[in-house]
Design a protein around this ligand. Sequence first.
Ligand SMILES: [Zn+2]
Ligand SMILES: [Zn+2]
Ligand SMILES: [Zn+2]
Ligand SMILES: [Zn+2]
Length: 221
Amino acid sequence: MSLDSSFTGQCYLCCKNYSKNGILRHLKACQKKSKKDFSDGFDHTFHLIIEGVYIPAYWLHLKAREDMLLQELDELLRATWMECCGHMSVFKIKGDVFLSEKMLEEMEGLGMDIELGDILKPGLEFTYVYDLGNPTDLFVRVVEETTENFPESFQVLARNNPPDISCDYCGDVAALICSECTGSLGCWFCQDCIDEHDCGNDRFLQVKNSPRIGICQYGQV
Ligand SMILES: [Zn+2]
Ligand SMILES: [Zn+2]
Ligand SMILES: [Zn+2]
Ligand SMILES: [Zn+2]
């Protein structure tokens, strides 16, 4: 896997591309420009940066209103990046553990039926894990809290562009990954080179723009 080192992504407000390092500054300016009434209103919002712990090429910038539930954040992460077969998930925030519903039946911890405003504050960092068997770990940073007019519960402000991953056999863009041998040479391939890899088609997963790429049934063909 050869990840594009520039880690570029798209601002969803103006649809332009920026580097991972430059996009926060851009978003601050772009939000002011795109929202005439940005400074009006009384909604408290958090700006969150979420990224893969082990593959930081996958990242999201999210604006969330303080009454968004942790459970809704879990749903958003599942829909955007995680969901393969309804595994359990957990947020670890300042020594507290917040568990998804199924997990609550099996473990001691708090539920996710809690508002972000009750637990988050600027500067706070925490983690999220989806699937404890074959985990995908995310790192979340609360960049700032703002008071503004914000009618939605949340808004995705920016997201990484799919990293360049090339076929290990011919160098073209990879479309598939073999979940049997993830991480080893030959695990990435394009449709044309599918016969070069003989682990069996049922092990092949689609290349998707997610830190869960190649894990469990994520992107099952
Ligand atoms: Zn923009
Ligand atoms: Zn799964
Ligand atoms: Zn190929
Ligand atoms: Zn394989």
